[in-house]
Design a protein around this ligand. Structure first.
Ligand SMILES: Cc1cc2nc3c(=O)[nH]c(=O)nc-3n(C[C@H](O)[C@H](O)[C@H](O)COP(=O)(O)OP(=O)(O)OC[C@H]3O[C@@H](n4cnc5c(N)ncnc54)[C@H](O)[C@@H]3O)c2cc1C
Length: 378
């Protein structure tokens, strides 16, 4: 069989598995982050996938992963989007915290945290951004001061996705005065005394991200990941992985595109002009998908070139939302939570606003590309 036939056979197998899978009541495709209400069905679904060896596909085999080819990861993500199910409980634990712990964690940290992540027991949150430190992450002011047996944390984070349902947080905090070398990375139990989480409501009415306050939170020495002062390096690895994961979301756009085409057909709008714009967008999505596959297959997942994918994916996502708005006309005003054919598109259009901000804004990706890939002056 050729590679393509192999992949198509794999796709058919996964599609049939997902069609016949037992879906927990209340399961929906909630995207990378579950709301509080999604955690129950999302966890049950994750466990079902784990039983069938379909989680942590990119993790090394020794930690329960499958060291899977990019083709398998893409097909799985693609088929999950098609089936309208999430591919895992949430992205922070599996796609960010897991790889960080595998690379920088001690044996004890790996033993304690990786298996519960793999099994979907623990939701994690990423505690990087602050009111005065988003794009300029080196401006983090939340402080971790060394004490006799550990660290004392004071400060505030914001936009922390899933913090309201998380058991652990990946915390970037200031341990010294130097801008980059004064940062360290910690694991914070979210139920520790002094941690307060306040959910924020988004444009689509859901509440996925939060403000998090640290008021004299005590952490033990083994909460530190890597060494004191290594936080910036670890944060960059985490953000690199985040860009990579967000790039991979190109696959979930295909389903939305199909829904948009259907909405246009149902409204008798599919004239040559709209058809041409839709086809252009569709080809852009395929180009993105193949570029993502090629970039990962090249092996350097930390490459700044992933900024191209993050930039293009989020801007394409936005273009898709904008075109859906044109197709829907006044139906674009429906409640994104209702059960009309317009609702998933309205939801995607609203969420699409966030894509060019989260994981590093489009302007920051352009700066990275200009300076680190093209070698332009700062
Ligand atoms: C849906 C969503 C989920 C998120 N989840 C998390 C999470 O789980 N954990 C977490 O820590 N953070 C999270 N974030 C926060 C995200 O990482 C920040 O919003 C992002 O890094 C931008 O920071 P900021 O909001 O402080 O904007 P700012 O940095 O204040 O930027 C404001 C504007 O100025 C522009 N700008 C800033 N600096 C430059 C520059 N040097 N050159 C050119 N333009 C510039 C930006 O592009 C932007 O348009 C999330 C954000 C969103 C939208």
């Amino acid at each position: 069989m050729s590679d393509i036939e192999d992949i198509e056979a794999l796709r058919a197998e996964i599609r049939s598995f997902l069609e016949n899978a037992e879906k927990p009541t209340g399961l929906r495709n909630y995207g990378p982050t579950p709301t509080d209400a999604d955690v129950g069905p999302g966890r049950a679904w994750h466990k079902y996938l784990a039983e069938h060896d379909l989680v942590c596909l990119h993790w090394p085999v020794e930690y329960g992963g499958r060291d899977a080819s990019v083709a398998l990861q893409a097909v799985f993500a693609d088929e999950c989007a098609r089936a309208g199910v999430p591919r895992q409980l949430g992205i922070t634990a599996i796609d960010l915290a897991g790889p960080v712990l595998i690379t920088f964690g001690t044996d004890a940290q790996k033993a304690q945290y990786l298996e519960p992540i793999r099994l979907g027991d623990d939701v994690w949150t990423q505690l990087f951004s602050e009111p005065g430190a988003g794009s300029d992450l080196a401006g983090v002011r939340t402080k971790a001061e060394k004490t006799a047996g550990g660290w004392l944390v004071n400060g505030q984070k914001v936009w922390s996705s899933a913090a309201n349902s998380a058991r652990y947080g990946l915390l970037l905090a200031r341990t010294g005065p130097e801008s980059h070398r004064g940062l360290s990375m910690f694991i914070v139990p979210m139920d520790a005394a002094g941690v307060t989480v306040r959910p924020l409501t988004q444009l689509d009415g859901e509440s996925k991200f939060n403000e998090v306050f640290f008021d004299a939170v005590e952490l033990t020495d083994d909460a530190l990941i890597g060494e004191a002062g290594q936080g910036w390096t670890i944060a960059m690895v985490t953000l690199g992985r985040e860009r990579l994961t967000l790039g991979s979301q190109a696959v979930s756009m295909f389903k939305l595109h199909e829904q948009m085409m259907q909405a246009a057909r149902d409204r008798n709008l599919l004239d040559p002009v709209l058809s041409r714009s839709m086809t252009k967008l569709w080809s852009r999505m395929w180009l993105l998908r193949f570029t993502w596959q090629r970039a990962i297959e090249a092996g350097d997942t930390g490459s700044s070139a992933f900024s191209v994918l993050k930039l293009m994916t989020s801007e394409t996502d936005r273009a898709l939302g904008d075109m859906a708005t044109e197709v829907l006309g006044t139906d674009a005003c429906v409640d994104p939570g209702d059960d009309s054919d317009a609702a998933p598109l309205v939801h995607a259009m609203l969420v699409g606003r966030a894509q060019t901000i989260l994981g590093g804004t489009s302007e920051i990706q352009r700066n990275i590309l200009g300076e680190r890939v093209l070698g332009l002056p700062k």
